[in-house]
Design a protein around this ligand. Structure first.
Ligand code: PLP
Length: 301
């Protein structure tokens, strides 16, 4: 079955989809993106993802390329054409095509690209074993709350993790506090049993999975704190885990080769993963909601 991409008003065979060489995304990383998980053909938390897309665009003074309702229609048409059941929808908006010059072009039409990717569930082995993370210095800019396509530090961090046999790199700020992973948010269960994740600020991307999980944790009556935690606190935490649109909730068993807790996936992390999957299942069961449960999906956000 041919796979399609959407590029500035046209559905094109994926292999032939292309943008102009003077697209400012290509030349300056002057654009933003979103990754929306898809399960059983339905989008997960579409509303919050589109809210974040609009916010990122506003912060960079790029116009929405089409109306929000049109974005939703294109998403569904692309998913239909690609017969997408489980995976992710990728949306990218750049400032558009213009002769190369740093300042904003006087006139440029924002460029919109959308692709989909079918992904496989996380293996049971991965879930049972848990994952490892390494710590790296956070060398990014001061607006990590914007979901910019400028991801070079994140790329370098993920590559370093991969070469170290780890799943993710946790970035550490100048004061020794964990900001977040290269494409995931960071969480611990403190020595006192509280769930802790860094507060939303310009220092992190406030993940949509993070927001949904925070709600679920509060509803379930677990104690949660949105605050910074150091690498040292993380290494002596009872549990650690990460969240993202492609990982959902994944238990961390080692940080820089230091075992977390007893070195096995934590009980609370497992419960939270299950709650998150139930949450998605409930959305899928709700005709107005539009998603379903999954065991997690492999692929990078
Ligand atoms: N932090 C960073 C830097 C990310 O790139 C991502 C996802 O791409 C996340 C956190 C998790 O965000 P979400 O849960 O919306 O996927």
């Amino acid at each position: 079955m041919p796979r399609y991409a959407y590029v500035n008003g046209r559905y094109l065979p994926h292999a032939q989809a292309a943008v102009h060489i003077e697209d400012r995304g290509y030349q300056f990383a002057d654009g933003v993106y979103e990754v929306v998980p898809v399960f059983k053909g339905a989008l997960v938390d579409e509303g919050p993802h589109l809210d974040r897309l609009e916010r990122s665009l506003r912060e960079l003074r790029i116009d929405m390329p089409v109306a929000r309702a049109t974005l939703k229609l294109i998403s569904r048409e692309l998913m239909r054409r690609n017969d997408l059941t489980q995976g992710m929808l990728y949306l990218q908006v750049t400032r558009g095509v213009a002769p190369r010059d740093h300042k904003f072009p006087a006139q440029a039409t924002p460029a919109l690209v959308m692709t989909t990717r079918q992904t496989k569930p996380h293996s049971e082995a991965l879930l049972n074993q848990g994952i490892k993370v390494i710590a790296v210095p956070d060398i990014r800019w001061e607006r990590c709350d914007i979901k910019s396509i400028s991801l070079l530090p994140n790329v370098l961090a993920k590559q370093q993790a991969t070469e170290a046999g780890a799943y993710e790199a946790w970035q550490i700020d100048g004061e020794g506090y964990v900001t977040e992973g290269s494409s995931t948010n960071a969480w611990i269960v403190s020595a006192e049993g509280k769930v802790v994740t860094r507060d939303a600020s310009h220092a992190i991307l406030s993940g949509i999975t993070r927001l949904s999980l925070l709600k679920l944790i509060r509803e379930a009556g677990f104690e949660v704190e949105e605050r910074a935690f150091t690498l040292e606190e993380a290494k002596t935490a009872r549990e650690a885990f990460l969240t993202s649109s492609s990982s959902f909730v994944l238990p961390i068993v080692a940080i820089d080769e230091t075992p977390v807790g007893n070195g096995h996936p934590g009980i609370l992390s497992g419960k939270l993963r299950a709650r998150y999957l139930d949450y998605m299942a409930a959305l899928g069961a709700d005709p107005g909601g539009g998603t379903g449960a999954g065991a997690g999906i492999e692929g990078a956000a």
